[in-house]
Design a protein around this ligand. Structure first.
Ligand code: 9UX
Length: 71
């Protein structure tokens, strides 16, 4: 199974922010790919199983940012 989901991430303003979010989300169980787009503030996560919203939220928070609406 492959689950692809896009999340709105607020607060990212440079490529180091992108790196921090990418690295943190990449540590979550089952995650295969993370793509973060700075211009749109979107993190697209491909995983082998659905990720609970609270888990994704906690990871983004840990990186120092916040999930926006829809996540
Ligand atoms: Mo760049 Mo992002 O210097 O919080 S790391 S602004």
């Amino acid at each position: 199974q492959e689950v692809v989901r896009a999340y709105a991430v607020t607060g990212m303003t440079c490529e180091h922010c992108v790196r921090a979010v990418t690295d943190e989300l990449s540590t979550l169980p089952g995650v295969r790919e993370v793509r973060v787009d700075l211009a749109t503030g979107t993190a697209t996560v491909t995983s082998s199983q659905p990720l609970p919203d609270e888990v994704v939220r906690a990871a983004v928070d840990e990186a120092g940012y916040e999930l926006g609406d829809g996540g």
